[in-house]
Design a binder for this molecule. Structure first.
Ligand code: ADP
Ligand code: MG
Length: 245
C-alpha cells in the first residue's frame, strides 16, 4: 500500500470569537485510504473538513493537501480545490439545473472544458454513480439518495486527489442510505482517497482503513477500524460507541 500522505493536518486550530472549536487536530490520509471520522455532534468534525479546502479559514496550524500548502497565501485556492473534492450532507445541488448541468458547472467554470468535453466528462461521472439515465432529471425529480449520488458525481468529475464527505447519508431516509454507501465503497475500490465524517458505524467498521474519533475539538483516539470499534482505549470513545449498540 502506498503510504504517501495526500492530506496532512498538523495542530489545526479554529476559534469562533472566544470559542476554540478545533484545539490542535492532527490527521493524516494516505493515498488510496478511506479514513472515517466519528464523534459526537459539535466536536468540530465539519469545521475540520471545511478548513481543508478553505471553506473555513483556520486560526492556526498547517494543512498539506496533495502538496498544496492550504494556508499559504500564495496558494492558488481554485487549483487546490480541484484536488480536494467535497460532498455535503445537504447535497447542495442547484435546484434549477438538471443532474448533468449540476455536474457540468465546475467542469466548465473551473476547468474551462469545452461543451463536448464537458458533456462527456459529466456523463462519465454520472455513469460511475449509476445515474447516466437520470442526466436530464431535475433534483426535485430524484430521490435523496440519487441527489447525493449526483453530488458525488459532481465531485469525481473534477478528478480530485481526495474527496471529503461530510455526513453524506445523514439527510437520507434510512432505505436510501445503503445506496449511497455502496457508491462510496465502489469509489474506494477504484482507488479514490477519501476522508469521511459519518455516523454510519457499520460502514466505518467494515470499510475504513483508519478510524479517527474526535471529541471536544481534538482527536481523542485513532487506529484501525478493528482497534477503535472492538478495543477502544479511551473512556470517551467507549461511551460514544455504546450509544450505537
Ligand atoms: P460537528 O460537525 O462535529 O457536529 P461542527 O464543526 O459543526 O461540529 O461545530 C463545532 C462547534 O463549532 C460547535 O459548537 C458549533 O456550534 C461551532 N460552530 C460551527 N460553525 C460555527 C460558526 N460559523 N460560528 C460560530 N460557531 C460555529
Ligand atoms: Mg457536522
Amino acid at each position: 500500500m502506498n503510504s504517501s500522505p495526500i492530506l496532512q493536518i498538523t495542530d489545526l486550530r479554529k476559534s469562533y470569537g472566544q470559542t476554540e472549536v478545533l484545539r490542535g487536530v492532527n490527521l493524516r490520509v494516505n493515498a488510496g485510504q478511506l479514513v472515517c471520522v466519528i464523534g459526537p455532534s459539535g466536536s468540530g468534525k465539519s469545521t475540520m473538513l471545511r478548513c481543508c479546502n478553505l471553506l473555513e479559514v483556520p486560526t492556526a496550524g498547517k494543512i498539506l493537501a496533495n502538496g498544496h500548502d492550504v494556508l499559504d497565501p500564495r496558494t492558488n485556492v481554485n487549483r487546490m480545490r480541484q484536488d480536494v473534492g467535497m460532498v455535503f450532507q445537504q447535497f447542495n445541488l442547484y435546484s434549477h439545473l438538471t443532474a448533468i448541468q449540476n455536474v457540468s458547472l465546475a467542469l466548465r467554470k473551473v476547468q474551462k472544458l469545452g461543451r463536448a468535453e464537458t458533456k462527456a466528462a459529466a456523463l462519465a461521472a454520472l455513469e460511475r454513480v449509476g445515474l447516466a439515465h437520470k442526466a436530464d432529471a431535475m433534483p426535485a425529480q430524484l430521490s435523496g439518495g440519487q441527489q447525493q449520488r449526483v453530488g458525488i458525481a459532481r465531485a469525481i468529475a473534477l478528478k480530485p486527489k481526495i474527496i471529503l464527505f461530510d455526513e453524506p447519508t445523514s439527510a437520507l431516509d434510512p432505505e436510501l442510505v445503503d445506496d449511497v454507501l455502496g457508491v462510496m465503497r465502489q469509489l474506494r475500490e477504484s482507488g479514490m482517497t477519501m476522508l469521511v465524517v459519518t455516523h454510519e458505524m457499520g460502514f466505518a467498521h467494515a470499510a475504513a482503513d483508519h478510524v479517527v474519533f474526535m471529541d471536544g475539538g481534538v482527536v481523542v483516539e485513532e487506529g484501525s477500524a478493528a482497534d477503535v470499534f472492538e478495543q477502544p482505549r479511551e473512556t470517551r470513545t467507549r461511551s460514544f460507541l455504546s450509544r450505537y449498540i
